[in-house]
Design a protein around this ligand. Structure first.
Ligand SMILES: Cc1cc2nc3c(=O)[nH]c(=O)nc-3n(C[C@H](O)[C@H](O)[C@H](O)COP(=O)(O)OP(=O)(O)OC[C@H]3O[C@@H](n4cnc5c(N)ncnc54)[C@H](O)[C@@H]3O)c2cc1C
Length: 272
């Protein structure tokens, strides 16, 4: 089937084209879209692209960092000011995928992908989107819950918290094939400390539900406490609460539930 490619110089025009055509798909880096087209996905008859520079802008100057949806993982890795995001960026695919794959595309990548989004969820990200309604900012959890209904909206940028220290943000991806395997599970934790105690912990999990989720029971176990062995053990034992992982070629749901607490304990203890 013929596919029409429409390129716009302006993001809002691209958003208009996306929202008015149910068979249109936005092309970020194309690492998933082109695969779908090459496999003969007939649900896509229009590809929408935007060359708007705003989509590849990085603002890393303040306490909240803003990344254009078209920023690639290779660009994140080249920015010293984004060192806290280097581990999640480096964990994605090989160099070719990191060179093309974008932050915007990662928000839509189905499990076992979406590793960078796990980090963004822990860092309380906000997603700026444009659609038939104009533009608006959506908290990342709300965005992920409605992800299947986001077709027709263009992600413009993502803003997230800059952790106060290296210790305050931790990331871990468990994969069978290194360095570029799909995730068995992915974990990220933001652990702000106030007066020696954790205040506002966010723990995010990938491959533990249809989309990335927060481990809220584990977060509650950390809240207001110091990060000692007893607190870590309580949080780890609550890690699988509220999760609904699936079986796939990389691991069974049972296995994922068994290991998530082990890896959360290692993450919180600072073990490799
Ligand atoms: C060999 C290989 C290895 C991979 N390894 C990993 C991995 O380890 N971890 C991982 O997380 N992912 C992995 N991926 C998946 C993928 O490369 C990444 O998730 C990447 O971030 C997708 O971004 P993209 O720009 O290429 O998306 P695209 O393919 O361009 O788009 C993917 C989806 O997102 C939508 N989209 C893209 N940008 C926007 C936007 N701005 N607004 C609205 N919709 C948008 C597209 O319409 C499409 O539905 C891998 C892929 C391949 C082929």
């Amino acid at each position: 089937m013929a596919v029409t490619v429409k390129t716009f110089a302006n993001a809002s025009e691209a958003a208009g084209a996306l929202s008015s055509d149910r068979s249109a798909r936005y092309l970020g880096g194309g690492t998933l879209v082109m695969r779908a087209l090459n496999e003969g996905d007939v649900s896509i008859s229009t590809i929408v692209r935007a060359s708007d520079q705003a989509l590849s802008r990085i603002d890393a100057s303040g306490p909240r960092v803003t990344l254009g949806a078209g920023v690639t993982f290779a660009r994140v890795l080249a920015e010293r000011d984004l060192a806290f995001l280097h581990a999640p960026a480096r964990s994605i695919g090989g160099p070719a995928v990191r060179n093309m794959g974008t932050i915007g595309g990662n928000l839509f990548a189905p499990s076992p992908y979406g590793d960078f989004t796990v980090a963004l969820l822990a860092l309380d990200a906000t997603i700026a989107v444009a659609g038939g309604f104009g533009t608006r900012d959506i908290p990342i959890e709300e965005f992920l819950q409605a992800r299947d209904r986001q077709a027709g909206t263009l992600v413009l940028s993502v803003s997230c918290t800059r952790p106060a220290s290296t210790e305050a943000f931790r990331y871990r991806k468990i994969a069978r094939i290194k360095p570029k395997g799909g995730s068995v599970i992915t974990l990220a934790a933001h652990l702000p400390i106030s007066g020696g105690r954790i205040a506002g912990a966010r723990i995010a999990l990938g491959s533990m539900a249809p989309t990335q989720i927060r481990a809220r029971a584990a977060e509650r176990a950390l809240e207001g406490r110091s990060l000692d062995a007893a607190t870590i053990a309580t949080a780890a034992s609550a890690a699988s609460e509220g999760t609904s992982p699936s079986d796939n070629a990389l691991g069974s749901a049972w296995y994922r539930r068994e290991i998530v607490g082990v890896h959360l304990r290692r993450l919180l203890s600072g073990q490799e």
